[in-house]
Design a protein around this ligand. Structure first.
Ligand SMILES: [Zn+2]
Length: 479
């Protein structure tokens, strides 16, 4: 028990220091390790298994809507990156360059992809000739590099894993539909798989993606009220197509430019899982992405028949669920806190007395509720409890989002909330970037999160300058 105590003490409480709590959880749950290059992280097996489950689920959703996976090169020639002006300006400050190959200095610098729009465009230019070649619905799973000054595991790292979808369409209408469809795919995935509610909407001009005509975003709120840009979907119009000379012969035989989209989510989602669901005992994983859904802890393992029974249950459950039987000689108490730290949704305890009564105990990670379950009905009870954990997590996160969303009708109110109540602020805005800049400066970092799809009319004037309001905006600090 001494060991168990030590483990629990090692985590900082969330309320005491949220940033430290986050770092502790990432480390103690064995998700990542630091590497020799600042901003690059080692994703350990338990962390990577979460990513694999995310990937499997999302990839199936993409394929269901007709997308195909491809792979583009890691390196981009400087001249290619320069082709779209806004895009290169947006990314230039954080690009890493390769200038030498072996002993030889390269004639042209190569950048390590920060995103792959230009590579897809170069390829599309070659393979799109006719309307019959459209749409092109490509997706890539890869890592990208953006040279970050301050880094934190999963939330902001120089190299990170992601998927980037890049599509080309015959008409603007079709491309716009794709942009919205993919945003909805992300919103569904966040809700159905990660049990995370979020606000969705359009980014302002200031916050949109470099080179995009419009950027749509999904913005979940972390437990401490801070926002995380959880995923984005961009409509590009035909701007890139024009810069790259991508044309096709239309149905009326005229030469036309295709309309483009791109959309992406990254390992940052693991950061969101930690910060939305976690508690003072560690990680709490949504069952659908948990590497272990049920951990079996035998009690009084040395007693005759206990281990055999535990193995029999593990073998049977493994056919349907991701199961781990911990038959190590650590004490049950140590195991309890270990798997709580790792966020395993359900713990199955079985000891001699349970076996006598043909039952076991199932304990939920999210609320510690215990249920005695007959060994004959485990395959029905476990899915029910996993769903209950998922629903419980979602409800709790939704309550947090709703409770920490405030309305500001004038600037004094806005500044007061920004200073004292972490969360989202709903307020009216005139549409000018000057007000966004002023708000950011006056509040130490509050930015526009998005203009929601269903705007509320909170007042007639901008919360900042008092000019007529154009939009209702969600504001908040972000990771
Ligand atoms: Zn204003």
């Amino acid at each position: 028990m001494a060991k168990q105590k030590k483990m629990v003490e090692a985590i900082t409480s969330m309320d005491e220091d949220f940033a430290k709590w986050y770092t502790d959880v990432v480390k103690k749950a064995e998700l990542t390790d630091y590497s020799g290059v600042k901003g690059c992280m080692v994703i350990r097996p338990y962390g990577y298994a979460i990513w694999e489950n995310i990937q499997k689920d999302l990839d199936a959703r993409f394929k269901k809507t007709g997308h195909e996976n491809v792979y583009m090169p890691l390196l981009i020639p400087e001249s290619l990156l320069q082709k779209e002006k806004d895009h290169v300006e947006g990314f230039a400050p954080e690009v890493a360059w390769v200038t030498q190959g072996g002993q030889e200095k390269l004639a042209e610098r190569l950048c390590i992809r920060p995103t792959s729009e230009v590579l897809f465009c170069e390829h599309y230019q070659k393979i799109i000739n006719s309307y019959r070649d459209l749409p092109k619905l490509y997706n890539q799973w890869c890592s990208v590099m953006r040279w970050e000054k301050t880094t934190r595991p999963f939330l902001r790292s120089s190299e990170f894993l992601w998927q980037e979808g890049h599509t080309m369409h015959e008409t603007e209408e079709e491309a716009r539909q794709e942009t919205m469809q993919q945003l909805q795919t992300y919103a569904d995935f966040y809700k159905e798989t990660l049990a995370i509610p979020a606000v969705t909407g359009r980014k302002t001009e200031k916050e949109k993606f470099a080179g995009a005509r419009e950027t749509y975003t999904i913005e979940p709120m972390m437990h401490n009220g801070v926002a995380l840009q959880g995923g984005t979907s961009h409509y590009f119009g035909d701007g890139f197509a024009k810069s790259f000379g991508i044309t096709f012969a239309g149905r009326d035989n005229t030469l036309q430019y295709p309309h483009q989209t791109s959309w992406g989510v990254s390992t940052r989602m693991i950061g969101a899982i930690i910060m939305v669901h976690g508690d003072d005992n560690g990680l709490v994983l949504p069952p659908k992405v948990a590497p272990i859904q049920v951990v079996i802890v035998p009690i009084a393992m040395h007693k005759e028949g206990v281990l055999e029974k535990a193995r029999e249950i593990a073998a049977k459950l493994s056919e349907v669920f991701r199961v781990k039987l911990d038959d190590s000689d650590n004490s049950p108490g140590w195991k309890f806190s270990e798997y709580e730290m790792k966020g395993v949704p359900l713990r199955l305890e079985i000891g001699p007395k349970d076996i006598e009564q043909n039952q076991c105990v199932l304990v939920r990670r999210d609320n510690r509720e215990k249920t005695f379950v007959s060994l004959d009905s485990l395959t029905e009870e476990i899915p029910r409890l996993l769903q209950a954990v998922h629903d419980g997590l979602y409800e709790k996160a939704l309550k947090n989002l709703e409770e920490k969303t405030y309305v500001a009708r004038n600037y004094d109110e806005f500044l007061d909330i920004a200073a004292n109540k972490p969360g989202f602020i709903k307020a009216m805005w005139c549409g000018d970037v000057e007000c966004e800049n002023k708000i950011k400066e006056d509040t130490g970092g509050v930015k526009s999160r998005c203009i929601p799809f269903e705007e509320e009319h909170l007042s007639d004037v901008c919360v900042c300058c008092g000019k007529p309001a154009k939009h209702q905006v969600y504001w908040g600090k972000q990771y």
